[in-house]
Write a protein that binds this ligand. Sequence first.
Ligand code: GLU
Length: 297
Amino acid sequence: MARAHAYVGRFAPSPTGPLHQGSLVAAMASYLDARAHRGRWLLRIEDLDPPREFPGASASIVGTLARLGFAHDGPVMLQSTRDAAYRAAFERLQAAGHVYPCACTRREIADSAPPEDRERAPDTERVYPGTCRAGMPPGRSARAWRVRVGDARIAWRDRLGGEADEALAESVGDFVLRRADGLWAYQLAVVVDDAFQQVTDVVRGADLRGSTARQIHLQRLLGLPTPRYLHLPLLLDAHGNKLSKQTGAPPVDAEHGVAALNAALGFLGLGAISAPSPAQFWPEAIARWARSRWNVD
Ligand code: GLU
């Protein structure tokens, strides 16, 4: 009998480059968790930031995953087709008074931070000081649109990392939903799409752990359910840096698919599987995940 809340997982890469070993780990973990729960696994391309996109990356990621034997359920969803949904969510928040226009430049926000903060956090992680919260200074015009966080305290639980508790005013402040360049922010798009696709379980890299409280805040303002979250440790290179497209991580070599899959499986501490082809790799990988320390509720 089908459960009322059957598991739905997803992998949601941004097409900023071909699939690399770090994103393969996230893809694999989300896939194994979905399959170990007899759930569905969706593939969503987060192509809502054209300036950061790499030509051909979407097709390359989808093709590499297919060659590695990942079988997604339903069609691939492209965020570039979802403008109307993001706009509708934004307008609901706006109608309820939760968003406001902000004239501040990045520089102004950085300059308004106390000196100890300036040293501690890179520009992009500064707490927004609330300059435009009660209205923009005279003569200035809107660049971005921000959502109010007020005194929201978000208590949530990571399946792996346990309890977390974040006061958004202290960690990020009012955050951007619509950027100065007119693009929708990741935080809004991901919340709208996870709800639209009825995602029950998000399994992703620890670099996104810090976004979770913001996403839950938006889910609450929009009256959307909160999925369960599991954040994986990050895959680091030999210098201790996050493996990412930005740091030049090499693309996954789909010619040697089983080797690439085993490297990712090894990172997850699940050993190696001798399989003649990617298709024959997966059943044992799913069984190992199901018995592993990752498979926690
Ligand atoms: N698109 C995001 C990335 O590639 C991941 C989004 C998510 O899993 O929530 O980093």
